[in-house]
Design a protein. Sequence first.
Length: 469
Amino acid sequence: MSVELEHEGTLYEQFERVIATEDKLAIRDFLNDQNISEVADLMNEYPDFEAQIIANMAIHRAVSVFKIIDLSAQKRIVVELPPFKTAELLNELPADDRTDFLEELPKEAIRDLIKLLDPDERKVTLSLLGYPEDSVGRLMTPDYVYVYAHNSVQEVFSTIRKFAKNSETVDVIYVINDKGELIDDIRIRDVILAAPDTNIDELIDGRVIALHATDDQEHASQVFKMNNRVALPVTDDNNVLLGIVTIDDMLWVANEEFSEDMQKMGGTEALDEPYLEIPFFKLIQKRVGWLIVLFLSEMLTATAMAYFADEIEKAVVLSIFVPLIMSSGGNSGSQASTLIIQAMAVGEIRIGDWWRVMRREIFSGMILGGILGLIGFLRICIWHLLMNHGVIQDLYGPHWLLIGFTVGFSLIGVVLWGTLSGSMLPMLLKKLGADPAVSSAPFVATLVDVTGLIIYFSVAYMFLQGIIL
């Protein structure tokens, strides 16, 4: 057993012993001596004691644990805690984290919990909840340090000592004017290195980067990434400083966006609750819509097969390669769509890059299709040689070479079409204002299945018309 596992085993045994004593003071001391992550592990291991653990910790530590546990555990704890303890916990939570938690609850529960908040905290929470869902306004915190341009460095330090205790971060100091309008942000390092009698207006460089309260959270995540910031100010239409958004919130947003995109790319609606917590019939509802759409789309494949029924009857050998052709096109399309959606999500590709993407995918599709086409052609040749030696039965007849060319060139066309469809469809959806992740791998594969059949039988006509067709 590793040292880490031994330590965890010892921690769990100690917890079981101290819980068995029912001594609240001993339980409190034990929990307050552990790291926040270790307390979260205890809650995962002993879900029946979640509320008891939170209730017996120092409130500032309880808040730190509450912030990092799953939403389902947060809900259970709030239900089990006494009202006065719930009120204490919610009032101590940072405004942005409290808003994140409340917006996941039913409206009735939100109303009941908001009543438990202090008047000032209630006002802030209602203000944040008033911003559009998935907007930066929902994430910002009003707890930050601001100063005026005429303040000296010495006065700034006095302000920090007085107000920074409840601030989300003091890495950055925000400079405003008498109207509350944002002038600049200054790194704390620059303030520390400046002489005490230096005025803040001497440190201002005017290169402030701010978010708007109604900006999309995904856009804000990109701004953080491009500018390497730990916090960014949030303003309104009049450039009045409303609050700040910190990097921990952006990490949460990035994780949520990644999860949603992965679910959509898998051919389902995004789940707004953990998989094991979402009601069964709601899970069915999230999945059945896309399954119906894909099923109806696949009916087009059956229609295409019926259209070429005469050709298949004349040359049954062509039907052998239908699954091969369809899967190759679908796989290439799925690859391309996954790569493009991911690249767009992290800002590597923009709509204006469509021609560069198309050009790369044309060459990629031709090369990848050529490789698969060559493998398919060689497979038919090798099969024919084995047939000549009596190892296997003859499947392709005297026109095996033309069938080999049909399969080879069909694979080039189908794979090329798959890569183009998979790469261009996400960009087209983005241009139309839709979520690129909707062009999921199953959807692209279904689209390419139908067109792949048309390409396959069109190429077969070129090589086999007048011979076996």
